[in-house]
Write a protein that binds this ligand. Sequence first.
Ligand code: TPP
Ligand code: DXP
Ligand code: MG
Length: 627
Amino acid sequence: MSITLLEHLKEPQQLKTLDTAQLIRLAEEIRMFLVDSVSKTGGHFGANLGVVELTLALHRVFNSPTDKIVWDVGHQAYVHKLLTGRREGFASLRQFGGMAGFPRRNESVHDQFGVGHASTSISAALGMAVARDIEKKDNHVVAVIGDGALTGGMAMEALNHAGDLGTNLLVILNDNEMSISANVGALSSYLTKLRSDPTYARTKADVEQLLRKLPAIGNRLTNTLERLKDGMRTMVVPGQFFEAFGFRYLGPVDGHDLRALLKTLEDAKQLTGPVLLHLITQKGKGYASAENAPDKFHAWPSQSKGEKKTKSYSQIFGETIRDLARTDNRIVAVSAAMLPGTGLTAFQAEHPNRCFDVGIAEQHATTFCAGLATQGMRPVFAVYSTFLQRAYDQVIHDVSIQNLPVMFGIDRAGLVGADGETHQGAFDISFLRTVPNMTIMMPRNGDELKRMVKTALTIDGPSAVRYPRGDSLVEDNLIEDVQPVPIGRAEVVREGSHVALFALGPMVDLALKAADILFNEHALDAKVINVRFVKPLDKNLVIDTAQVMPLVTIEEAALMGGMGSAILECLVDASVAADVKRLGLPDRFIPHGSPADLLKTVGLTVEGIVQAALSVDHRTNARRQVN
Ligand SMILES: Cc1ncc(C[n+]2csc(CCOP(=O)(O)OP(=O)(O)O)c2C)c(N)n1
Ligand SMILES: CC(=O)[C@@H](O)[C@H](O)COP(=O)(O)O
Ligand SMILES: [Mg+2]
């Protein structure tokens, strides 16, 4: 089938010229396009197949950008991008300089809000609705939120506020029973009951019909009956949960039935006040492999590299705590809807009663861990660096002030690449280093990660072990043979006398390569230090080294407040004058692209380290000549 309707689609207004049959055909073309394109570029997949009809209906019924459509997470906004003139952008999806994988306000007038982290859409949409009211405009505002994102606390905060304000707002709940894995939580069970039990939904209609038929009888009895009616209505009317928040509940509606969607959205458009439309969709709809394994097709699966000699840091982390938990019953693993991504599936398989997926609820996860720790448990919260940002107050207020032994396994620390600004693990060192009682460490490879996990479990206070997205060579040694690392001690991995390279994590390997070039091509003898601990920093080594040679600090983290800053603070506090060049992430958000491309843009390359070493060496020599 030649892609015709989609090819001619340049803007959403054109949808209003298509009849339902053409829209249904367009839906087929869109699914074909997504399979063809995303299979080549990679990117999010299942969620987009699940919202093809919804997105078509939204842009058919509403008038973007005058009407505001806000996507939650935004990983399911590829169809929205297709319908708003960005088909050509898919060839460069999530590539450096190419189209972003999430809505971005600077990418299109139709992208009302930048997203990537979950549970923000209702809050943002409510802000847009209130601005509309203040300006006495009459445009519509729609938030599209998934059942997974709805488990995020701020979504509840927004529902509560919206219901209180009573302003016109349409919240579309895209319920596919999936987060990345199967969705979790009591709310999810509530929604699933509605989805899966037709009698449950039918009862609602029957009861309402019965209640309407009941004859009006004496006041006392009528009042009793009213209370009974309300009780029964509460029991069977599925929207009660949302109606308690002040929302008019519509649904559930088949989110793949375009005709039903068009009619329901037209009806919803006429309603005033907060409205919640509950759609039932299938993640991966229209592509059998994704329908059968929606978790595996949340993003298009990366091609297996044959017989891999390496393991992902996530896998190494998960297997390490799984093995340690065999002999330490205090260990409990916690995830915020990211069990597979954080490598905890291995732990869950072996210790199901000590593994908790709390939903997209990082704040709750952190304080849940604090509660566990007060009772002598050793909770481990495996969380992407970027998502831990959600729980900053809980890290301080609930864990660190009480000096509780919670281990944060900070995954995706550093540049994650394709997901861009909203997902780079840039800030965890900066926002954790200022927190008293916190220990922060980063391994140079998978073997050292195992050692650091073991080390963290010996610390009677909060600890953070940060590690990057990606793989590492790792020995398959027995966990019993893994030795902890001495806390607060760095490791000199190469002696040298002219310039010192203080490298953090996998940057150590780059520093060693740079040292070889410096020696062979510039007769500069570089000392390479594996920093290991950002906090407590190995201050003695820093001071002793800086007294005899200039330094370069190298970290894949924000420069401001990072490891390099810690070294500068150490030298200033010790009144040691030294030339220091810091390499790391600059004071701007790093966009999407391959990690290699992105590292080049910030000078975190072997050549960048060489040039930095030459520049501090030159500065030190010049200063020595003057003195
Ligand atoms: C704060 C936060 N935590 C975790 C994630 C990772 N994440 C991305 S999509 C997703 C699942 C979203 O589920 P849902 O909202 O139901 O959308 P669906 O994929 O089912 O369409 C998660 C957990 C995130 N984006 N933001
Ligand atoms: C949209 C979202 O937040 C997740 O799907 C995230 O993109 C997963 O990242 P990884 O691919 O690094 O697991
Ligand atoms: Mg979902």
